[in-house]
Design a protein around this ligand. Structure first.
Ligand code: DSN
Length: 426
């Protein structure tokens, strides 16, 4: 058999599946994407992800593979590694982690022994599952102790970080978050880690694109290891990456393979290389600055709609709404579902000290990376905030949303999106 690609023939092979993909394309083009961990990749990233590189097994690393025929693949992975190192100024890069969670687990596997103490940010304070949640392998295999945000300004409580570090003497301190709207300064973490002789790991999954674009400080010079995902603000394919000092390199590589993963996804690694190159272009600096500017504009407009924002605003791409002052009965779950019906996609999220369960939540998390890629600017953030205020106010207490109002809002969303279509000719 010889595979060929005539226009449209792969669709004819499987119309059922490709019709579903077409519907997802339409959803992405016609609704507002505010999930803080999502973005729209470039056609070049999509092409690399959909390339023949998916066919190749390449367990191991460039020059040291377990299968033959990897002389081309080695060039792909070396290019991705070199571009990642150059972009962030790192001594070593491992581009094989399939996801951010794998990247973090590989770091623990490579640099810790089971039972070692680690200090990380608690999930319900803005941290991540892999920062020691008891339902995650990190929390089951290692002894995590935690820090959070202050009650007063809802920013990282560095007194607490220092106190817990001095008391518990963790072998590793982890910074980084998935629901924290403020800049995370790596320097005080490094100073505390140095004081107690701990390793310092910075999880830059959410802000990698802001770092690459020069609007947030690069944690690499201050960290033993930096983990990141390539699909959030960095705007690449779904995947992970680990940057480290040369001293940690061998342990990290061994932990990723053979410690945790099998064959790397070289088609995705190629797409990571594309994204690293794109993020090194001058235009990406403008993009990163616009993400933050849009987030500030959206935060201001949401506050005018009556929403309380955790920490009062944002320094990055992300906003965390505490819904309780807008409507004491309205849960994050209800609000997410109502906004889904209005064509506004975001996720429910716990707020610091949330009285509700993680499945219900009192908050919403929003991000501006995707809408910024689609071309939206500050004035469009005002329109989004107004649509959200109307949608969540429409149903009164409980946020059920009056169906007629939501239909009207959904139509306005479609009109707005028609001006900002990420994939107009795919
Ligand atoms: N699921 C990602 C996020 O939304 O932040 C983190 O793993």
């Amino acid at each position: 058999m010889t595979w060929s690609r005539r226009e449209g023939d792969w669709r004819d092979e499987d119309p059922e599946l490709f019709a579903i993909i077409d519907r997802e394309l339409e959803r992405q083009n016609t609704t507002i994407q505010l999930i803080a961990s999502e973005n729209f990749t470039s056609p070049a990233v999509l092409a690399a992800t959909g390339s023949v590189l998916t066919n190749k097994y390449s367990e191991g690393y460039p020059g040291k593979r377990y299968y033959g025929g990897n002389y081309v693949i080695d060039e792909v992975e070396n290019l991705a590694r070199e571009r990642a190192k150059a972009l962030f100024g790192a001594e070593h890069a491992n581009v094989q982690p399939h996801a951010g969670a794998n990247a973090n687990l590989a770091v623990y596997l490579g640099l810790l022994e089971p039972g070692d103490t680690v200090l990380g940010m608690r999930l319900d304070q803005g941290g991540h599952l892999t920062h020691g949640s008891p339902v995650n392998a990190s929390g089951r295999l290692y002894r995590f102790v935690s820090y959070g945000v202050t009650d007063s300004d809802e920013r990282i409580d560095f007194d607490q970080v220092r106190d817990v570090a001095r008391r518990e003497r963790p072998k590793m301190i982890v910074a980084g978050a998935t629901a924290y709207p403020r800049l995370i300064d790596p320097e005080p973490f490094r100073a505390i880690a140095d004081e107690i002789g701990a390793l310092f790991v910075f999880d830059a999954a959410h802000i990698a694109g802001l770092v690459a674009g020069g609007v947030h400080p690069d944690p690499v010079p201050h960290s033993d290891v930096v983990t990141l995902t390539t699909h959030k603000t960095l705007r690449g394919p779904r995947g992970g990456c680990i940057l480290s000092t040369a001293g940690c390199a061998a342990a990290i590589d061994k932990a990723v393979f053979p410690g945790l993963q099998g064959g790397p996804l070289e088609h995705v690694i190629a797409a990571k290389a594309v994204a690293f190159r794109e993020a090194g272009q001058p235009s990406f600096r403008d993009y990163a600055a616009q993400i933050v500017s849009n987030a500030r504009a959206l935060a201001g407009a949401l506050a005018e709609e009556g929403f309380r924002l955790v920490s009062g605003g944002t320094d990055n791409h992300l906003i965390l709404i505490d819904l309780r002052t807008f409507d004491a009965e309205l849960t994050g779950k209800q609000a997410q579902e109502t906004l889904d019906r209005a064509g506004i996609t975001l996720n429910k999220n716990q707020i610091p000290n949330d009285p509700r369960s993680p499945f219900v939540c009192s908050g919403l998390r929003l991000g501006t990376a995707a809408v910024t890629t689609a071309g939206m600017k500050e004035q469009d953030m005002g329109a989004i905030a107004s649509l959200m205020g109307r949608a969540l106010g429409a149903g009164g207490g409980g946020g059920g949303g009056d169906a007629r109002d939501l239909t009207a809002i959904r139509e306005e969303v479609a009109v707005l999106c028609s001006k900002f279509t990420p994939y107009s000719d795919l």
